[in-house]
Design a protein around this ligand. Structure first.
Ligand code: BG6
Ligand code: MG
Length: 225
């Protein structure tokens, strides 16, 4: 086991499923759309969609069925309408346990904080959660063309933070997001079951009770990125 000290100067958080439980709302909105369109879908199928863009998610649900671009667009709009309805009442109460404390600890430690989300609704949610003033950079679904598992959204966040990829750690709940962080050459912290995020440098069940000091100590024991 190596025992080096990673020089992490920035932490980039995925949003949905990491800072707040909007991953559940994405699932509910896709389920409603799929039921109406007569497409087979369930929670298990949804697991493969975590972190994927709106279009890529729909493509996975549609499978080898063929629809016109107009219909695809209409289905994406419909799903987003359901999702937007579900996020209307989000407040800071919907921040997941440990999230705010970690954001504050990072700020106090002088570590830069960014968001790297594939969602085009990320800014709305950030505003509703009341955390905009705790963030140094936001990269979202509008920032880059290639979505996770491509590294682009995290590389964009790092450039906004004016940091090199190797100076950044990413916190992710999705397999596609962990893959994106690793492809970016960043430290990856996975939240959730090992089957989903086990490729990360370290895996935790959630951010509950997690401190920056702990994260640094655990990453110091991990194989470098
Ligand atoms: C990601 C979610 O953060 O954003 C995905 O994990 C979602 O489930 C993606 O599909 C795109 O979100 P939106 O809000 O642009 O449809
Ligand atoms: Mg996520």
């Amino acid at each position: 086991m190596s025992n080096h000290l990673p020089q992490i100067q920035g932490v980039i958080f995925d949003l949905d499923g990491v800072l707040t439980d909007t991953a559940e709302f994405h699932y509910q909105a896709w389920q409603k759309l799929a039921d109406e369109a007569g497409l087979p879908f369930d929670r298990e199928a949804n697991e493969a969609l975590r972190g994927l863009s709106r279009r890529e998610s729909l493509m996975q649900i549609v499978g080898d069925r063929s629809f016109s671009e107009e219909t695809i667009q209409a289905m994406m709009d419909k799903k987003n309408g359901y999702y937007v309805d579900l996020i209307q009442n989000i407040t800071s109460a919907e921040l997941l346990p440990g999230a705010l404390a970690l954001l504050d600890e990072l700020r106090q430690a002088g570590v830069k904080v960014g968001i790297g989300s594939g969602s085009k609704n990320a800014r709305t949610i950030i505003d509703k959660l009341g955390i905009a003033d705790r963030l140094d950079a936001i990269a979202d679904g509008y920032s880059v063309k290639n979505s996770k598992p491509a590294p682009d959204v995290f590389l964009h966040a790092a450039s906004l933070l004016e940091l090199e990829p190797s100076q950044c750690a990413v916190v992710e709940d999705a397999g596609a997001g962990v893959a994106a962080a690793l492809a970016a050459g960043m430290w990856a912290i996975g939240l959730g079951p090992a089957e989903r995020v086990g490729a990360a440098h370290m895996v935790l069940p959630s951010l509950d009770g997690v401190t920056w000091t702990d994260l640094q100590a655990k990453l110091a024991q991990a194989k470098p990125c």
